[in-house]
Design a protein around this ligand. Sequence first.
Ligand code: HEM
Length: 286
Amino acid sequence: MTTAHDSESTASEAQPSPVISRHRLTTRLTHWGWAGALFFLFLSGLQIFNAHPVLYVGQQSGFAYDNSVLSISPVRERGGEVRGLTTVLGLSFDTTGVLGVSGPEKERAYRAFPAWLTVPSYQDLATGRVVHFFFAWILATVYAVWLVGSAINGHLRRDILPGLADIRALPAAFVAHLRFRFEHDGRYNSLQKLSYAIVLLVFFPLMIMTGLTMSPSMDAGWPWLVQLFGGRQTARTIHFVVMLLLLGFFAVHIAMVFAAGPINEMRSMITGRYSIRRSVDRGGRT
Ligand code: HEM
Protein backbone atom coordinates (compact mmCIF):
# COMPACT_ATOMS: atom_id res chain seq x y z
CA MET A 1 0.00 0.00 0.00
CA THR A 2 1.35 3.44 -0.87
CA THR A 3 0.76 6.20 1.65
CA ALA A 4 0.60 9.94 0.94
CA HIS A 5 4.02 10.20 2.59
CA ASP A 6 5.47 7.48 0.34
CA SER A 7 4.21 9.08 -2.84
CA GLU A 8 5.51 12.46 -1.68
CA SER A 9 9.03 11.09 -1.17
CA THR A 10 8.86 9.10 -4.43
CA ALA A 11 7.87 12.27 -6.26
CA SER A 12 10.64 14.32 -4.66
CA GLU A 13 13.20 11.55 -5.38
CA ALA A 14 12.24 11.63 -9.06
CA GLN A 15 12.93 15.38 -9.25
CA PRO A 16 16.40 16.97 -9.21
CA SER A 17 17.62 17.66 -5.71
CA PRO A 18 17.78 21.40 -5.08
CA VAL A 19 20.42 22.63 -2.67
CA ILE A 20 19.55 25.89 -0.96
CA SER A 21 21.65 28.29 1.05
CA ARG A 22 20.07 27.81 4.47
CA HIS A 23 22.03 29.28 7.37
CA ARG A 24 23.76 32.65 7.16
CA LEU A 25 27.43 33.01 8.17
CA THR A 26 26.51 34.81 11.43
CA THR A 27 24.12 31.97 12.38
CA ARG A 28 26.75 29.32 11.66
CA LEU A 29 29.73 31.04 13.30
CA THR A 30 27.81 31.97 16.45
CA HIS A 31 26.29 28.47 16.71
CA TRP A 32 29.69 26.77 16.82
CA GLY A 33 31.03 29.58 19.04
CA TRP A 34 28.48 28.97 21.78
CA ALA A 35 28.51 25.17 21.36
CA GLY A 36 32.30 25.20 22.00
CA ALA A 37 32.09 27.75 24.82
CA LEU A 38 29.29 25.83 26.55
CA PHE A 39 31.34 22.63 26.44
CA PHE A 40 34.17 24.19 28.49
CA LEU A 41 31.77 26.20 30.67
CA PHE A 42 30.01 22.97 31.62
CA LEU A 43 33.18 21.08 32.58
CA SER A 44 34.83 24.01 34.40
CA GLY A 45 31.52 24.87 36.12
CA LEU A 46 31.38 21.37 37.62
CA GLN A 47 34.96 21.88 38.84
CA ILE A 48 33.86 25.09 40.62
CA PHE A 49 30.75 23.35 42.02
CA ASN A 50 32.98 20.63 43.51
CA ALA A 51 34.64 23.23 45.77
CA HIS A 52 31.34 23.56 47.66
CA PRO A 53 28.95 20.86 46.43
CA VAL A 54 25.78 22.22 48.02
CA LEU A 55 23.13 24.53 46.50
CA TYR A 56 20.87 26.79 48.54
CA VAL A 57 17.79 28.92 48.01
CA GLY A 58 17.78 32.18 49.96
CA GLN A 59 20.29 34.71 51.18
CA GLN A 60 22.13 32.43 53.60
CA SER A 61 24.46 29.45 53.41
CA GLY A 62 26.15 27.53 56.20
CA PHE A 63 25.71 24.98 59.00
CA ALA A 64 23.28 27.19 60.95
CA TYR A 65 20.71 27.20 58.12
CA ASP A 66 18.52 24.55 56.59
CA ASN A 67 17.97 25.97 53.13
CA SER A 68 19.92 23.56 50.93
CA VAL A 69 18.13 22.12 47.89
CA LEU A 70 20.88 19.89 46.52
CA SER A 71 24.01 18.34 47.92
CA ILE A 72 26.47 15.72 46.71
CA SER A 73 28.82 14.24 49.28
CA PRO A 74 30.72 11.15 50.42
CA VAL A 75 29.12 9.65 53.54
CA ARG A 76 30.79 7.04 55.79
CA GLU A 77 28.41 4.21 56.69
CA ARG A 78 28.42 2.25 59.98
CA GLY A 79 30.51 -0.57 58.49
CA GLY A 80 33.17 1.96 57.48
CA GLU A 81 32.32 1.93 53.77
CA VAL A 82 32.11 5.34 52.09
CA ARG A 83 29.13 5.88 49.76
CA GLY A 84 28.30 8.79 47.44
CA LEU A 85 25.06 10.43 48.52
CA THR A 86 23.10 12.90 46.38
CA THR A 87 20.26 14.71 48.12
CA VAL A 88 17.71 16.66 46.05
CA LEU A 89 14.94 18.54 47.90
CA GLY A 90 15.31 16.21 50.89
CA LEU A 91 15.30 12.98 48.84
CA SER A 92 18.58 11.04 49.01
CA PHE A 93 20.00 8.72 46.36
CA ASP A 94 23.01 6.44 46.46
CA THR A 95 25.16 7.67 43.57
CA THR A 96 28.40 5.83 44.44
CA GLY A 97 30.60 5.41 41.39
CA VAL A 98 29.55 8.67 39.72
CA LEU A 99 28.58 11.39 42.20
CA GLY A 100 30.16 11.79 45.64
CA VAL A 101 32.49 8.81 45.32
CA SER A 102 34.04 7.83 41.99
CA GLY A 103 37.07 6.26 40.35
CA PRO A 104 38.43 2.70 40.48
CA GLU A 105 37.84 0.67 43.70
CA LYS A 106 41.50 0.93 44.78
CA GLU A 107 41.82 4.69 44.18
CA ARG A 108 38.49 6.11 45.20
CA ALA A 109 38.06 9.89 44.73
CA TYR A 110 35.80 11.61 47.25
CA ARG A 111 34.43 14.46 45.17
CA ALA A 112 31.00 15.57 43.92
CA PHE A 113 31.49 15.29 40.15
CA PRO A 114 34.03 12.71 38.90
CA ALA A 115 37.39 13.58 37.31
CA TRP A 116 36.17 12.78 33.77
CA LEU A 117 33.45 15.46 34.08
CA THR A 118 35.62 18.38 35.21
CA VAL A 119 38.24 20.71 33.76
CA PRO A 120 40.90 20.33 35.01
CA SER A 121 40.32 16.69 35.91
CA TYR A 122 42.08 17.05 39.32
CA GLN A 123 40.67 19.28 42.06
CA ASP A 124 41.82 22.85 41.28
CA LEU A 125 39.32 25.63 41.89
CA ALA A 126 41.62 28.44 40.71
CA THR A 127 42.21 26.91 37.26
CA GLY A 128 38.54 25.98 36.97
CA ARG A 129 37.60 29.62 37.57
CA VAL A 130 40.11 30.94 35.02
CA VAL A 131 38.76 28.54 32.35
CA HIS A 132 35.14 29.30 33.30
CA PHE A 133 35.49 33.10 33.15
CA PHE A 134 37.43 32.95 29.88
CA PHE A 135 34.68 30.97 28.14
CA ALA A 136 31.96 33.01 29.86
CA TRP A 137 33.30 36.11 28.08
CA ILE A 138 33.39 34.19 24.80
CA LEU A 139 29.79 33.07 25.28
CA ALA A 140 28.64 36.60 26.18
CA THR A 141 30.45 38.10 23.16
CA VAL A 142 29.18 35.44 20.73
CA TYR A 143 25.66 35.88 22.11
CA ALA A 144 25.82 39.67 21.66
CA VAL A 145 27.00 39.18 18.04
CA TRP A 146 24.13 36.71 17.40
CA LEU A 147 21.55 39.04 18.98
CA VAL A 148 22.60 42.17 17.09
CA GLY A 149 23.28 40.28 13.82
CA SER A 150 19.97 38.39 13.96
CA ALA A 151 18.02 41.55 14.77
CA ILE A 152 19.59 43.31 11.77
CA ASN A 153 19.33 40.48 9.21
CA GLY A 154 15.77 39.54 10.24
CA HIS A 155 16.66 36.03 11.49
CA LEU A 156 15.34 36.82 14.97
CA ARG A 157 11.93 38.04 13.83
CA ARG A 158 11.45 35.62 10.94
CA ASP A 159 12.92 32.36 12.24
CA ILE A 160 13.20 32.48 16.03
CA LEU A 161 10.32 34.45 17.58
CA PRO A 162 7.24 32.19 17.35
CA GLY A 163 4.10 33.92 16.03
CA LEU A 164 0.46 33.07 16.73
CA ALA A 165 0.40 30.63 13.79
CA ASP A 166 3.42 28.82 15.28
CA ILE A 167 1.72 28.52 18.68
CA ARG A 168 -1.38 27.06 16.98
CA ALA A 169 0.78 24.61 15.02
CA LEU A 170 2.56 23.33 18.17
CA PRO A 171 0.31 20.32 19.03
CA ALA A 172 0.48 19.00 15.44
CA ALA A 173 4.26 19.56 15.32
CA PHE A 174 4.62 17.76 18.65
CA VAL A 175 2.70 14.71 17.40
CA ALA A 176 4.69 14.72 14.13
CA HIS A 177 7.98 14.75 16.11
CA LEU A 178 6.80 11.84 18.27
CA ARG A 179 6.16 9.91 15.05
CA PHE A 180 9.55 10.98 13.64
CA ARG A 181 7.87 12.68 10.70
CA PHE A 182 9.66 15.90 9.95
CA GLU A 183 8.08 18.46 7.62
CA HIS A 184 11.38 20.22 6.88
CA ASP A 185 10.89 22.87 4.26
CA GLY A 186 14.15 24.72 4.84
CA ARG A 187 12.61 26.79 7.64
CA TYR A 188 12.34 26.03 11.33
CA ASN A 189 9.11 24.31 12.38
CA SER A 190 7.09 25.68 15.31
CA LEU A 191 8.72 23.38 17.91
CA GLN A 192 12.18 24.37 16.71
CA LYS A 193 11.30 28.05 16.86
CA LEU A 194 9.93 27.73 20.37
CA SER A 195 12.84 25.70 21.72
CA TYR A 196 15.48 27.92 20.07
CA ALA A 197 13.66 31.03 21.35
CA ILE A 198 13.67 29.60 24.90
CA VAL A 199 17.37 28.71 24.68
CA LEU A 200 18.48 31.97 23.08
CA LEU A 201 16.14 34.47 24.68
CA VAL A 202 15.59 32.93 28.13
CA PHE A 203 18.33 30.43 29.03
CA PHE A 204 21.36 32.31 27.67
CA PRO A 205 20.46 35.70 29.24
CA LEU A 206 19.52 33.94 32.50
CA MET A 207 22.83 32.06 32.52
CA ILE A 208 24.84 35.24 31.91
CA MET A 209 22.89 37.33 34.44
CA THR A 210 22.99 34.74 37.26
CA GLY A 211 26.71 34.33 36.54
CA LEU A 212 27.22 38.07 36.92
CA THR A 213 25.16 38.02 40.15
CA MET A 214 27.73 35.66 41.70
CA SER A 215 30.55 38.14 41.08
CA PRO A 216 31.24 40.28 44.19
CA SER A 217 32.35 43.27 42.09
CA MET A 218 29.16 43.12 40.02
CA ASP A 219 27.17 42.98 43.27
CA ALA A 220 28.84 46.22 44.31
CA GLY A 221 28.23 47.89 40.92
CA TRP A 222 24.73 46.54 40.25
CA PRO A 223 23.14 45.61 43.61
CA TRP A 224 19.75 45.29 41.88
CA LEU A 225 21.01 42.06 40.28
CA VAL A 226 21.31 40.36 43.68
CA GLN A 227 17.84 41.58 44.62
CA LEU A 228 16.39 40.44 41.29
CA PHE A 229 17.51 36.84 41.87
CA GLY A 230 16.78 36.74 45.60
CA GLY A 231 20.41 36.58 46.72
CA ARG A 232 23.68 35.15 45.46
CA GLN A 233 22.89 31.63 46.69
CA THR A 234 19.59 31.55 44.78
CA ALA A 235 21.37 32.94 41.71
CA ARG A 236 23.89 30.07 42.00
CA THR A 237 21.04 27.54 42.18
CA ILE A 238 19.29 29.08 39.14
CA HIS A 239 22.63 29.03 37.27
CA PHE A 240 22.94 25.29 38.00
CA VAL A 241 19.31 24.54 37.05
CA VAL A 242 19.71 26.41 33.72
CA MET A 243 22.82 24.31 33.08
CA LEU A 244 20.73 21.15 33.59
CA LEU A 245 18.00 22.49 31.28
CA LEU A 246 20.59 23.29 28.60
CA LEU A 247 21.94 19.76 28.99
CA GLY A 248 18.41 18.40 28.44
CA PHE A 249 17.98 20.63 25.37
CA PHE A 250 21.36 19.44 24.06
CA ALA A 251 20.37 15.74 24.34
CA VAL A 252 17.09 16.29 22.44
CA HIS A 253 18.80 18.65 19.94
CA ILE A 254 21.42 16.06 18.97
CA ALA A 255 18.78 13.31 18.78
CA MET A 256 16.71 15.50 16.43
CA VAL A 257 19.74 16.32 14.24
CA PHE A 258 20.33 12.59 13.83
CA ALA A 259 16.65 11.80 13.26
CA ALA A 260 16.30 14.56 10.64
CA GLY A 261 19.38 13.46 8.65
CA PRO A 262 22.73 14.24 10.30
CA ILE A 263 24.81 14.81 7.15
CA ASN A 264 22.43 17.27 5.54
CA GLU A 265 21.73 19.03 8.87
CA MET A 266 25.41 19.30 9.83
CA ARG A 267 26.39 20.44 6.35
CA SER A 268 23.82 23.22 6.59
CA MET A 269 25.25 24.40 9.93
CA ILE A 270 28.85 24.24 8.60
CA THR A 271 28.67 25.37 4.97
CA GLY A 272 25.12 26.75 4.87
CA ARG A 273 24.19 24.38 2.02
CA TYR A 274 21.07 22.27 2.58
CA SER A 275 19.53 19.71 0.29
CA ILE A 276 15.76 20.00 0.46
CA ARG A 277 15.28 16.74 -1.45
CA ARG A 278 16.00 14.60 1.62
CA SER A 279 13.35 16.39 3.62
CA VAL A 280 10.58 18.34 1.89
CA ASP A 281 10.34 20.66 -1.06
CA ARG A 282 10.24 24.39 -0.35
CA GLY A 283 13.22 26.59 0.40
CA GLY A 284 14.00 29.08 3.11
CA ARG A 285 16.99 30.75 4.71
CA THR A 286 17.78 31.10 8.39
C1 HEM B 1 25.05 23.01 23.95
C2 HEM B 1 25.35 23.18 22.69
C3 HEM B 1 24.36 23.64 21.67
C4 HEM B 1 23.39 24.57 21.74
C5 HEM B 1 23.01 25.43 22.94
C6 HEM B 1 22.74 24.63 20.44
C7 HEM B 1 21.69 25.47 20.11
C8 HEM B 1 21.18 25.65 18.85
C9 HEM B 1 20.32 26.72 18.46
C10 HEM B 1 19.77 27.79 19.40
C11 HEM B 1 20.10 26.61 17.12
C12 HEM B 1 19.34 27.60 16.24
C13 HEM B 1 20.35 28.70 15.88
C14 HEM B 1 19.81 29.84 15.07
O1 HEM B 1 18.95 29.64 14.22
O2 HEM B 1 20.28 31.00 15.24
C15 HEM B 1 20.79 25.43 16.66
C16 HEM B 1 20.76 24.91 15.37
C17 HEM B 1 21.43 23.75 14.97
N1 HEM B 1 22.30 22.99 15.74
FE1 HEM B 1 22.79 23.32 17.66
N2 HEM B 1 23.32 23.71 19.62
C18 HEM B 1 24.31 23.08 20.33
C19 HEM B 1 25.16 22.10 19.88
C20 HEM B 1 25.04 21.47 18.64
C21 HEM B 1 25.85 20.35 18.18
C22 HEM B 1 26.97 19.69 19.00
C23 HEM B 1 25.42 20.04 16.93
C24 HEM B 1 25.94 18.95 16.01
C25 HEM B 1 25.84 17.67 16.29
C26 HEM B 1 24.36 20.96 16.57
C27 HEM B 1 23.70 20.99 15.37
C28 HEM B 1 22.78 21.96 14.97
C29 HEM B 1 22.19 22.02 13.66
C30 HEM B 1 22.44 21.06 12.50
C31 HEM B 1 21.32 23.13 13.67
C32 HEM B 1 20.41 23.57 12.53
C33 HEM B 1 19.10 22.87 12.70
C34 HEM B 1 18.25 23.09 11.49
O3 HEM B 1 18.71 23.74 10.55
O4 HEM B 1 17.12 22.57 11.47
N3 HEM B 1 24.15 21.80 17.62
N4 HEM B 1 21.47 24.86 17.73
